[in-house]
Design a protein. Structure first.
Length: 331
């Protein structure tokens, strides 16, 4: 199992430049600690998560790192032109000397994304799947012609070509159609922090019914803080978890009102504070070891991406070093 860092570029102190460069410092530090991967999320229209220009941020990371694999976690394809994404991904793969991993998602639950980008919620999943199909052709073929419902091109070749052939691709989704697409094309899967273990097990089972190699390419992201005791770890992480919980519940309210059948439950996806604490890797050394082993045993992870959950850069660094010294070699 590889260890990764999950990067959200949180603006805890209402200082954008500080937020951006604290995240860069964390990536550089975990590279020194031997972490294999760093995954950057795409966020829009809020002052708390400062990663709308995900590929620009990753281009900077490519210049200040040398060994760690850099992943998009994930590009929200319905809100991006897939031809431009293909050009940017190929360029970025060259910039980071073939260290790129390409995660994609449909986005949500963030109604403001659909509003401001002018994409109906019902179109996000089919747009994502059509876009990744086009991008895969553009990255490795020449004179590409494509006539989809949303995207078209005629005898198009992009430059530069990527160094990796192929670039590893991951889809962040538990939807049956997306799982089937990933399995049929031998793409990896991603599971976010609020996704319940039961949902993730079902997702992998569906994938493996089509492609038996599925769980060899499964990335799990989880909120993380390892402290001296369970009590200090939970206390340190709780303000962050609470902010996330409140934000996601508010963002979900509009969607849940319009689609009651999509109400969240604890066997699928849940943003309740106590649920997030319980399903995160937060606690003392033994607790964190045990939680990681549980995820490994039931999901057979290829990558565990840790999201440091203190509001303090110093304490997040201490937690990551404690993981490196007291947890990583025991799981």
């Amino acid at each position: 199992m590889k260890t990764g860092l999950f990067c959200n570029y949180e603006n805890h102190h209402q200082d954008a430049r500080r937020a951006i460069f604290e995240q860069v410092l964390l990536v550089k530090e975990v590279e020194k600690l031997g972490f294999e991967e760093a995954w950057v999320t795409e966020q829009h229209f809020n002052q708390f998560n400062l990663s709308p220009s995900i590929l620009l941020l990753m281009a900077h990371l490519a210049g200040v790192t040398s060994t760690i694999r850099l992943g998009t976690g994930a590009v929200l394809l319905p809100f991006n032109n897939p031809i431009r994404v293909a050009e940017d991904i190929a360029t970025l793969d060259n910039l980071c000397n073939g260290r790129l991993a390409f995660g994609v998602a449909k986005g949500g639950p963030f109604p403001q994304h659909n509003q401001h980008f002018g994409v109906p919620i019902a179109e996000t999943r089919p747009r994502m799947l059509e876009a990744i199909a086009l991008i895969q052709k553009l990255l490795y073929d020449t004179d590409v012609s494509f006539n989809g419902q949303y995207y078209q091109c005629d005898r198009l070749t992009i430059y530069p070509q990527p160094l990796q052939k192929p670039i590893p691709v991951y889809i962040a989704s538990g939807d049956d159609e997306a799982i089937r697409f990933a399995a049929q094309n031998s793409l990896g899967l991603m599971g976010g922090p609020p996704f319940a273990l039961e949902r993730l097990k079902k997702t992998i089972s569906k994938y493996q019914s089509i492609n038996s190699l599925g769980q060899e390419n499964f990335l799990l992201a989880r909120f993380f803080f390892v402290g001296e005791t369970n009590e200090t770890a939970v206390s340190e992480a709780l303000p962050f978890i609470r902010q996330f919980s409140q934000k996601m519940i508010a963002n979900s309210a509009e969607i849940m009102q319009k689609s009651p059948q999509k109400a969240f439950d604890r066997t699928n996806i849940c943003f309740d504070e106590d649920y997030l604490i319980e399903n995160s890797i937060i606690g003392d050394v033994k607790t964190c070891r045990d939680k990681i082993k549980k995820f490994q045993d039931q999901l057979n992870l290829s990558t565990l991406a840790l999201k440091p959950s203190s509001l303090s850069l110093r304490k997040n660094l201490e937690s990551l070093r404690r993981y490196n010294q007291e947890v990583q070699n025991y799981v």
